[in-house]
Design a protein around this ligand. Structure first.
Ligand SMILES: Cc1cc2nc3c(=O)[nH]c(=O)nc-3n(C[C@H](O)[C@H](O)[C@H](O)COP(=O)(O)OP(=O)(O)OC[C@H]3O[C@@H](n4cnc5c(N)ncnc54)[C@H](O)[C@@H]3O)c2cc1C
Ligand SMILES: NC(=O)c1ccc[n+]([C@@H]2O[C@H](COP(=O)([O-])OP(=O)(O)OC[C@H]3O[C@@H](n4cnc5c(N)ncnc54)[C@H](OP(=O)(O)O)[C@@H]3O)[C@@H](O)[C@H]2O)c1
Length: 448
């Protein structure tokens, strides 16, 4: 592809902004379609919540962000920042800001990033993409297994006018923390209390004096349990692992219990046979589902059971490198990885780097899937990276000729994880032994 190609970016959150920035850096002029009225995606806080508190009613009024009022980042801004734009006074932040900033500060940082790199004028606001259609060489919808020659994007303007435009390449950056995962807990219809998903949680005051059970023990479950426990009459965090029965480190007000088996009226019966009686609120902190509702081309890419596939390097459609997904990883340090993925997508789109042919891309994707299956990884975790993110980042940097992220980055991350494991309430204020000599690079280096 040459820099004269038309490129679209879907979404103006952190991933879409990174994609646009990297595309512009290589001389392309992307059009950014944004459904909302402002940029920032997840970081655009609103008091509004969905009309169905567990977000399962198909006709519910939807809200994109899952942000809550008191949220502070769970990463220090030194780690969170895009590498080429520091999150302090040298870039889009301020030295006086907390090391773990609030959501307003992250939004301000993203707005400054967009201004600094001249992205804001390229965004079409209130332009939700309704359809993304692969076209063949004749410009018709592709119905065979031949090359995808181009993409058609359909939007409907505020005045109801339908617009269709053709693009040579598309970066999908629509986020994946907006559609709640709500597991079926048997007996739910016998429960008279409130059930809601963390997507629709905003403030702890709403739970004052209540008996609250939170299901799901990762970032949302722990962080929300800590803030609710300051006002609730009782706060119980239900986890499906060995943490059950042990205190939450640094927060004695939260009781940690086993997984939930079923409701029995307003009581919850747990898998260890114990019960939690007279529950007022069950708060599902059970994560989110991938959704790309505007792409109905299962012969190119499918979204199934917590996974998007087939993808080459978790980034490009195996079928065509003209379709990229920036930001699909879970349990990662997001912005710097988006920046790397965006730079790789931009290099391929501009034609300065080529990918192997489709047969080889298919082979690599299948080999990766087999490795995950053999390791017993559940499909919903195929895009979860955790400690493997550093090797993935290194692989992208090497493969696409981008400056690698320094090893200090991983060391700093490990220091934060350790501080959090010791004190879930106070880690954001801890003096972290950032670069103690005792930290060594993790041994789990092989990602692919
Ligand atoms: C509660 C919570 C706390 C988090 N805390 C942290 C943290 O502390 N640190 C951190 O680094 N990360 C954190 N994250 C992860 C966070 O989501 C990422 O940092 C990042 O904001 C994701 O960016 P994104 O662009 O992929 O998605 P989003 O921010 O969701 O942006 C997607 C954009 O696409 C738009 N869009 C969607 N569909 C369409 C469509 N059809 N047409 C046009 N536009 C569309 C949306 O309106 C939105 O603006 C948190 C996530 C959540 C849910
Ligand atoms: N800045 C902050 O402080 C902050 C706060 C909240 C969220 N976040 C971010 O937001 C993103 C989403 O985090 P999240 O915690 O909402 O989602 P998540 O990371 O996907 O965690 C959801 C948890 O719920 C569990 N779960 C799912 N179904 C369950 C069931 N039936 N019974 C028991 N447990 C179940 C999952 O278990 P499995 O692992 O087995 O699937 C997982 O542990 C992350 O990027 C996170 O970092 C940040």
């Amino acid at each position: 592809m040459s820099p004269s190609k038309n490129v679209a970016v879907i979404g103006a959150g952190a991933a879409g902004l990174a994609a646009a920035r990297q595309l512009k850096r290589v001389g392309l002029s992307p059009v950014i379609f944004e459904a909302g009225a402002t940029l920032g995606g997840t970081w655009v806080y609103t008091d509004a919540t969905e009309s169905d508190p567990i977000s399962v009613a198909p006709d519910r009024q939807r809200v994109h962000t899952s942000m809550y009022a008191n949220l502070h980042t769970n990463l220090p801004r030194d780690l969170m920042a895009f590498r080429e734009y520091p999150f302090d006074a040298r870039g889009g932040g301020h030295h006086s800001w907390p090391r773990f900033p609030g959501h307003e500060e992250v939004l301000a940082y993203l707005q400054r990033y967009a201004d600094h790199f001249g992205l804001a004028d390229d965004i079409r606001f209130r332009a939700p993409v309704e359809a993304l259609v692969p076209l063949n060489a004749a410009g018709a919808r592709r119905t065979d297994d031949l090359e995808v020659a181009a993409w058609l994007i359909r939007t409907t303007g505020v005045g109801g006018e339908v617009e269709e435009e053709r693009f040579d390449a598309v970066a999908v950056c629509n986020g994946h923390f907006s559609v709640p995962n709500v597991p079926d807990v048997p007996g739910a219809s016998s429960f008279s209390g409130l059930r809601l998903h963390s997507h629709n949680y905003r403030r702890p005051e709403d739970f004052a004096g209540k008996r609250v059970v939170l299901l799901g023990g990762r970032a949302s479950g722990i962080d929300i349990a800590v803030e609710i426990s300051a006002v609730a009459s009782e706060t119980v965090l239900s986890v499906g692992d060995a943490r059950a029965g042990r205190p939450l480190p640094g927060c004695d007000d939260v009781k940690v219990c086993a997984a939930i088996e079923r409701f029995n009226g307003d009581d919850l019966v747990l898998t260890d046979g114990s019960r939690i009686e007279s529950v007022d609120v069950l708060l599902y902190c059970t994560g989110y589902r991938y959704a790309v509702p505007f792409l109905n081309a299962p012969d190119v890419v499918r979204v199934d059971d917590g996974w998007i596939h087939p993808l080459y390097l978790d980034l490009f459609s195996v079928v065509t490198p003209s379709l990229g997904f920036i930001g699909l990883g879970n349990m990662i340090i997001p912005f710097p990885q988006y920046e790397l993925q965006a730079a790789a997508f931009a290099a391929v789109t501009a034609g300065t780097t080529t990918l192997p042919d489709r047969t080889e891309r298919e082979r690599v994707a299948q080999s990766r899937t087999s490795t995950l299956r053999s390791a017993g990884v559940a499909r919903r975790h195929f895009l979860t990276q955790g400690n493997k993110q550093f090797a993935y980042n290194d692989m992208l940097a090497e493969r696409f000729g981008i400056d690698p992220i320094t090893p200090n980055f991983e060391l700093l991350h490990r220091a934060v994880e350790e501080a959090r494991a010791q004190d879930v309430k106070g880690y954001r204020f801890a003096t972290l032994p950032w670069l103690d000599a005792g930290y060594e690079r993790a041994a789990s280096s092989q990602y692919w």
